[in-house]
Write a protein that binds this ligand. Structure first.
Ligand SMILES: Nc1ncnc2c1ncn2[C@@H]1O[C@H](COP(=O)(O)OP(=O)(O)OP(=O)(O)O)[C@@H](O)[C@H]1O
Ligand SMILES: [Zn+2]
Ligand SMILES: [Zn+2]
Length: 802
């Protein structure tokens, strides 16, 4: 018997299954989807079995060294998903398999160098002492010293030392020690009598004799006021035993969830739920686009669809953007489905993630709520996949494999013949276009629950404010309304868009902007440390007092951070209670939740924050939303800039007046006439859609064209430019005339971490040669990628165009 194995060597040449012989002792246990350790060249590495077969075409095969799993970590379906991913995103199979699993399942291989038996005396003096302990030298330690490396190389050649590979599985089940009687209660009673001088020990035995249940050491100490050593003494006498029991790290364990019951649906909710239920009933795959305005009760529709799925004995996957994976959201699902729910988000530790994954793997939960990667949940009988806020760009992974969760969801939905529901108040242009063409089934909710009106929106022209002499970051109108809400004991949300806009340092005399010396990006000012930082490479520099260019003293930071807004608020609204929510205030575990809890408990008048507060928040007492700078994202070199602006403004506005009280929104802008801002202020998705579609048509962008972005980077600017140019000419010769090639051009961010970046873009409608041509390119440059620090990244559906 042989196994075909995808090995953990992410290179072009190794990106195919390798044949290995299955040793006799493993034949009965080995299955596809298990992780194994195999020899590869001189090394031992991890691999995934993708199939088991009778024989190989090759003659002499190496043997599988070890099997890491008792049950496969990837089921057959996920193995297929993995191969499909490699096709769709041009990634290595190994990367596709690894992305589907929790990080804890990635094996770590540690290397060390050992002295061969009998050769101890042949070690040169300068290195001999390093081998003192156990005659081995950890590889990592060696890597610190170039001279040592050269020396070791010689010793390897002379057979004096060998490199040893130790495989270490990172996964770790958490265990707890339970204490329980080692002998029958009958015998315990006899033993107690013999212990007459050890009162404490007697007490413990008495506890078990009286029917006390098995318990942890800590609990036992607590309960009986005893100590570990007393318990240990009884264990040593073989009267009690320690039992290791596996437990889950459950971040929500201690929490009580108030059970929620299905709400009677509004007419519109019922209308959209029905076709979804039919699809579940008929076991037929269909993709729905649920377009429902903010506050229209989409979540309740999801919950009731899932309810049906669970009653059918099936499983549900719910994806929400990381940023809105708030406790509020989790509560809604845990509240309805209790312990049947597993939760996946980036705040969990590696161990916690592994535990949540195991609950799914073992079939102990039926629903998973999570960010992007939850789309790979190892369920076997999926009844529905839901993607909330489907327009969010965080569903696209910006790293290999560059997959979009929406594509994976639809692929899996087809395999399981179940519905996929894409929900949003502001669907992506691509999805809405597909729905209009009938590829997706469009479902719409036009009214909010309770028919509360959409909030009224006031656009303030900040240029005009400046002309009137108002130099503050708050317009007259916004300030008045904030005061009004405080007086009425209602709450406000202030939103500061930080994406594509930061607090850079500029000289007011000559316009010099301080940039990172490695990345050609403006540095971001950090108030606390009075330093400037690069957000790409972490370069840090103190703010200088004089302009490095003209020596003027008028160099200072521009732009606004939430901290600055907070300080300003304290000046103009003394006494207002402000909660700030941004990356800085939410670093610590649970901080996010605490802030929202405090706001929900009315302990603050104003919630000030970044992107984090744009989505999913549902607070009845919020009647005012202020957007401080609406257009900061409009000027990015990105064809989705207008779409992103519209989505964000609509989502943030949607936080106001969601329940009984009417809401109001103030949008401050320097380009108030822009159509994305105008349509957002009117809550007019369809109007925006039409306008933006015309724009995309004119410029030849998605959804009219598909786009592929190739970025070439190298420390040498000439090399980067050359390679990019050659790629373009190769593509010119190999793609059809109908495809449009843009570039080579310098990337909008011309340099990152001392690597120069060039890019080209392919726009096409149908291009059968595309994937094979791209593979050819990677193959051609394979050597340079390995030996010459060349990087070529290919994104078949780019969301980041910088
Ligand atoms: N049928 C119903 N009856 C009464 N209240 C409802 C009903 N459906 C939903 N709600 C409530 O309406 C509020 C808004 O619903 P929900 O948050 O699901 O809206 P949404 O469509 O997801 O909005 P957004 O896109 O802004 O997140 C919630 O407080 C929810 O509990
Ligand atoms: Zn940098
Ligand atoms: Zn200057």
């Amino acid at each position: 018997m042989i196994a075909k194995v995808i090995v953990d060597v992410p290179t072009n040449q190794t990106d195919r299954p390798f044949d290995y012989e299955i040793p006799e002792k493993f034949i009965s246990i080995i299955e596809p989807g298990m992780r194994v350790i195999v020899p590869f060249g001189p090394r031992k590495i991890q691999g995934f079995i993708v199939s088991v077969e009778e024989q190989s075409e090759l003659k002499s095969l190496k043997k599988i060294i070890d099997v890491l799993d008792i049950t496969p970590v990837l089921n057959e379906e996920l193995i297929n998903v993995g191969f499909w991913l490699t096709d769709k995103t041009l990634c290595f199979a190994i990367s596709a398999f690894q992305v589907m699993l929790p990080a804890a399942l990635k094996v770590k291989v540690q290397k060390d160098i050992v002295v061969n038996a009998g050769r101890e005396n042949d070690l040169p003096e300068q290195i001999a002492n390093k081998f003192s302990s156990g005659k081995s030298l950890p590889w990592d330690e060696l890597m610190n010293d170039k001279e040592d490396i050269a020396l070791i190389k010689q010793l390897l050649k002379k057979d004096i030392v060998t490199v040893r590979y130790n495989v270490k599985d990172r996964k770790q089940e958490k265990t707890v020690i339970f204490i329980t009687p080692a002998i029958s209660l009958e015998k315990l009673r006899e033993e107690v009598k013999k212990l007459d001088r050890a009162k404490k020990q007697q007490e413990i035995l008495q506890y078990f004799i009286e029917g006390g249940e098995e318990t942890t050491v800590i609990q036992l100490c607590d309960r009986l006021g005893t100590t570990r050593s007393t318990i240990k003494a009884l264990v040593n006498k073989q009267l009690l035993i320690e039992k290791e029991v596996e437990v889950y790290r459950d971040p929500f364990q201690e929490r009580e969830f108030t059970k929620s019951n299905p709400l009677p649906l509004t007419t519109e909710q019922a209308k959209v739920l029905e076709p979804i239920l039919t699809s579940i009933e008929d076991k037929k795959h269909e993709t729905f686009l649920l377009h429902g305005v903010t506050g229209s009760g989409k979540t309740e529709v999801y919950l009731q669809a899932i309810d049906k799925v669970l009653r059918d004995g099936k499983e549900a996957i719910v994806l929400v953007p990381e940023i809105s994976l708030t406790p509020q959201m989790v509560l809604r699902f845990k509240g309805r489905f209790g312990s049947k729910v597993a939760v996946f988000h980036s705040g969990l530790s590696q161990g916690e993630k592994y535990d949540e994954w195991r609950k799914i793997h073992r079939g102990e939960v039926k629903v998973v709520v999570g960010a992007r990667s939850a789309v790979f949940a190892p369920f076997t009988n999926i009844g529905i996949i839901i993607i909330d806020e489907e327009h969010e760009s965080s569903y696209k992974q910006e790293d290999n494999p560059r997959y979009h969760a929406r594509d994976v969801a639809i692929f899996r939905g087809d395999i399981h013949q179940c519905p996929v529901v894409l929900g949003s108040a502001t669907p992506s242009l691509e999805s809405f276009a597909r729905a209009k063409k009938g590829v997706y089934h469009l479902l719409s909710i036009a009214e909010r629950v309770n028919e509360t009106a959409m909030p009224e929106v006031d656009i303030v022209d900040m240029r005009e404010e400046l002309r009137q002499g108002n130099r503050s970051m708050f317009s007259e109108a916004l300030l008045e309304k904030l005061k009004d809400r405080i007086a009425k004991k209602q709450q406000s949300v202030l939103f500061l868009n930080r994406r594509g806009f930061s607090t850079f340092v500029m000289c007011r005399e000559c316009g010099f902007v301080v940039e990172c010396p490695h990345c050609d990006l403006s540095l971001t000012y950090h108030r606390k440390s009075h330093a400037m930082k690069c957000h790409y490479c972490n370069f840090e520099e103190r703010v200088s007092d004089l302009c490095p260019s003209c020596e003027s003293e008028h160099i200072r930071f521009f732009g606004t951070g939430t901290q600055k807004v907070e300080e300003e608020l304290a000046k103009v609204l003394p006494g207002a209670r402000v909660l700030r929510m941004d990356v800085d205030t939410t670093k610590r575990k649970g901080a996010h939740e605490k802030i929202l809890q405090a706001f929900g408990d009315q302990n603050a008048d104003i919630l000030l924050g970044t992107q984090m507060i744009a989505k999913g928040l549902d607070f009845p007492n919020v009647t005012l939303v202020g957007i401080l700078a609406a257009d900061t994202m409009l000027h990015l070199p990105d064809f989705r800039a207008a779409e992103k602006t519209f989505q964000l403004l609509t989502q943030v506005s949607g936080r106001a007046g969601r329940h009984k009280l009417l809401g109001e929104v103030v949008i401050q802008s320097y380009t108030p006439e822009h159509y994305s801002i105008q349509y957002a202020s009117k809550h007019d998705y369809l109007g925006f859609y039409d306008a933006e579609m015309q724009m995309r048509y004119r410029l030849g962008y998605p959804p009219y064209y598909f786009v592929t972005l190739i970025t070439v980077s190298h420390p040498n600017v000439v090399k980067a430019a050359n390679v990019c140019e050659k790629i373009v000419s190769y593509l010119n010769n190999n793609l059809s005339d109908k495809s449009i090639l843009l570039g080579p051009v310098v990337s909008p961010i011309a340099r990152i971490k001392d690597r120069y970046r060039y890019q080209c873009m392919i726009k096409y409608k149908v291009e059968s040669n595309l994937v094979s041509s791209l593979r050819e390119i990677v193959k051609h440059y394979n050597k340079d990628i390995h030996n010459d620090r060349l990087q070529i990244s290919i994104d078949l559906n780019p969301y980041m165009l910088m």
